[in-house]
Write a protein that binds this ligand. Structure first.
Ligand code: 6PG
Length: 223
């Protein structure tokens, strides 16, 4: 777990790693398959990445999850990514693989056909209950082996979402969590103790796993 004094420092360090991982992927295979996280934390990372000279023309963008709302809705993860990153870098539009949230279960089925054999970089957030993407504690979806799922029981509104399942997450070359704020400290501590919360069940079989956290989430405010 990498602990940083501020979200800005966290975002800069993670952007450095993303830049390195993407460059390695493009050098090795001619393209990089990058999964963006939902929620609000990624905005700080996107602001830094938007200023970096990545080989954007060779990058394919995917989403860890999406709310079942139109792409211009205030809850849309796609809209947030477009506004904070995708509208500012030269990723070809055809390389942006949006989850068709408004299509619900059909959108989840369709997204399965868009997945690459392996993601190079998966960025994830974590909720205060230890959820990640739209994989929530105690939900039947945690036991699914499907690569992409439609769920209608999210305790974090809106209830209907499309999410990647554990299988593609755990097949990734590099997985990085961005976790900030004191509200996440309890879930993070549980995960460090081995409690199998959803974010703790992301364990790449043959890839790296790194938590990028701020002091508040690491419960190190006093140090
Ligand atoms: C979503 C996200 C979700 C998010 C966490 C953290 O669509 O809600 O994918 O998993 O990453 O809830 O959200 P914040 O970054 O807003 O705290």
């Amino acid at each position: 777990m990498n602990v940083y004094g501020s979200v800005a420092e966290l975002a800069t360090a993670l952007a450095d790693s993303v830049e390195h991982w993407v460059a390695d992927a493009v050098a090795a295979r001619g393209s990089a398959h990058l999964v963006l996280a939902g929620g609000s934390t990624p905005a700080a990372l996107h602001a830094v990445l938007a200023e970096r000279e990545l080989p954007w023309a060779s990058v394919h963008i995917y989403f860890g999850d999406e709310r079942c709302v139109p792409p211009d809705h205030g809850d849309s993860n796609y809209r947030a990514a477009r506004e904070t990153l995708l509208s500012q870098v030269a990723v070809p539009q055809e390389n942006v693989h949006r989850m068709d949230g408004e299509a619900g279960a059909q959108g989840a089925l369709a997204y399965r056909d868009l997945l690459p054999p392996r993601f190079d970089v998966v960025l994830l957030g974590m909720g205060e209950d230890g959820h990640t993407a739209s994989l929530f504690p105690g939900r039947p979806s945690l036991n699914s082996d499907e690569s992409v799922l439609f769920i209608d029981d999210s305790p974090k509104p809106p209830p209907e979402r499309i999410t990647l399942g554990f299988r593609p997450l755990n097949a990734a070359r590099h997985v990085a969590f961005m976790v900030a704020g004191a509200g996440k400290a309890d879930a993070l501590e549980q995960i460090r103790r081995g409690v199998p919360l959803p974010a703790g069940r992301v364990r790449p079989q043959d890839g790296t796993l790194t938590f990028y956290v701020d002091r508040a989430a690491a419960n190190q405010e006093h140090v």
